[in-house]
Structure formats: C-alpha cells, structure tokens
Design a binder for this molecule. Sequence first.
Ligand code: SAH
Ligand code: SF4
Length: 359
Amino acid sequence: MWINLLLNGNYKLNTLPNFIFDLSNIRDCVKNIPSYRYSQIADWVYKKNVFSPAEMKNIPLGLRNIISEKYIYEYPKIVKQSNTSDKTIKYLVELFDGEKIEFVLIKSDKRNTFCLSSQVGCPVRCKFCASGTYGLARNLFSGEIIAQFILGNKLLGKAPDNVVFMGIGEPLLNCNNLIRSLDIICSNEYIGYAARRITISTSGIPKGIMRLADQNKQWNLAVSLHAPDDIARAKIIPDKCRFSINEIVNSCCYYFEKTGRLITFEYTLIEGVNDSLEQADRLCNLLNDVRGKVNLIPYNQVIGVNFKRPSEEKCVKFANRLRNKGVSVTFRIEKGTKINAACGQLRASNIDNKITENI
Ligand code: SAH
Ligand code: SF4
C-alpha cells in the first residue's frame, strides 16, 4: 500500500506507515488475528528473516494480502557505500520516502559494531557535526531503526558484537520510537539481542536520560558532554537543544542510582575551545559528583566548520591529566577521516536540497 502511494506521488505523513520489522502493533493492524498466526508471522520475520508476505507459505493468502497492504516490508535501499582501509564501511541508506540516513559497519579482528541512526538529520545542530548541518527532517520510525539492525545482520552475515546509537540524530529526542525499537531488538519474543551490548549516545537530554533509567534495562549510556562548564559548552552546542550541565549531571546520577551502570562521557577535543589542562581539572571535579569514565574523541574535520583538531601531544596531555587524577579514559580515534567518516558527512555531502526544520 505504501509503495503504491509513493509511486503515485501522493504520499503524505498524515497516516503513519507500519514496517514489518516492528510487529508490536500487529493487533491494531490486523483485527482479531489469532495468536498462533501472529507467532507464525513473527517466526518468519525474526527467526527466518523472511519479510515478504508472499513467501510466508504457512499463512493463508487472505492474511498475506492484508499484511502486504498494511506493512512496508522492503529493506531500506543502500544507495552509496564508502569503505576505509581500516574496515569501516559506511552505507548511505534510502528510506521509503526518499530520505537518507547512514548505517556504519565497523569491523575489526576483535569485534564487529553496528552504528545506527535515530533521526533523519538532527535538531541539536552541534557546531562540529555534519549530521546537524541542515537540522531535523523527521524522526525515524521504530521499524526503520530495527531495519538497520536487520540490514546489518544481512551485510555481516551474523549478529554484531556491539550496537551503538552514534549515527545520525539525537536518540533521546526520538525516545518513544527508540525505546520501542530497543524492546523489539532485545526482547526474546522478538529478536532477543543482549541489551548490555547496546550503547545509546546522547547530547544530554535530561528527561530522556531519566526515561531510559526508568526502563530499568541493561543498555549502556554515553553522554556527549564535551565541556566541563556551560560557557564552553555553549561554544559547541547551540542554545535550542542544550541543557545545563547541572541538569545533565543530576539526570546521570539518577540513571546510575536506578540502573547501577557506569556512564561514559564523550568529549570531543577541539583546539582552544575545550582542550586546556584547566578544563581537564574541572572535568575531574565534575566526575566526583557522578560515576563514569571519559571517552576522548579528537575532533574530526568537517568541511565548512571553523574548529581545529588539537595536536596529538595536546590530546595525550589532556588524557594524562585526567588519568593522573584517577579518571578512567579511553581515546576514540575516528576511523577513515578521508571518506566523510565523521557522523553525518556522507549524508550531508549527498543532500540535494536543504531540509526544512521540522520540530
Ligand atoms: N546525537 C548523539 C549521538 C550521535 S553523535 C550524540 O551527540 O551523542 C555520536 C558522537 O559523535 C558524539 O559524541 C559526537 O560528539 C561525535 N561527533 C560527531 N561529529 C564529530 C566530529 N566531527 N568530530 C568528532 N566527534 C564527532
Ligand atoms: Fe546531533 Fe549528536 Fe551530531 Fe550533535 S553530535 S548534531 S546531537 S548527531
């Protein structure tokens, strides 16, 4: 049905599409469906990875036709791919309405990681990030988030060792669909992937952090702090979606109390903005209030952005200052800076028209 609407060019987002990858609403879509029929369909989708109703041989034709009408069942389409020598493959993926997102497969000898997007564009618009360049086009539907996971399984030939929500978008500004997709990915009734292998990265949305805490699941939380004080942070994140460090830290404490899970604080190092040793000291002080470790990410050059990556020496000094004060620190060196590797760059460089901000 959706495909026909699209082909006829009269698609409007006033009726919400359903995706076969998210069967949690099947009882709303197919009235009075018997439980055993539902289980059979779920078995095709989540165990056998068969998505086309036509291939679901043990389902009666009438029901197959209803499913075909109600659900989008095609994989999102890969329209571009860029590889790096270090086994990071970035896919530009076209959604059912022509919008594009990125899905990244990071392979290494030790583990394979999927990097998923949560929105088309991003409303937060951090100054160093290509994902936010044109603002937000729309939220991803839960089915589109799950579809990335399923697509990744197909590309890799098996489940990943880790999943990170570090692609395009701010997951906690799409909280309903994020949580719904995580429930499907992690629940044994559906895909059954281990929650503790999943990391949700947020620019720091306190209400969203508390909502995640209340789910009481084993997901990992990463908070993109980037600065130890609100003044330095304001140089990186515009006012509209930026919350005070105080509020963020309080929500992180709540998260730790509720879940007992350590939080990772991501810190993109930018020359002259947040890389001084004095700022490292203030970051240490902040971490006295909230339990967590720090992941340093030297800024990855984005075309048109007036920030610079600090020298390696400066990054190491910053890291050592934290370590000497007992803070646990890791470095994330972005892989493949040559191929539009920073988050959102592949999409930004393939955008024809600017997106109209839509929040
Ligand atoms: N919106 C979420 C998740 C997506 S961004 C968030 O902000 O956390 C994932 C991570 O990539 C964030 O920590 C972000 O700061 C970092 N990032 C994005 N663009 C970058 C760039 N050009 N250089 C370095 N880190 C970048
Ligand atoms: Fe959005 Fe995260 Fe990029 Fe900021 S860093 S613009 S929050 S995707």
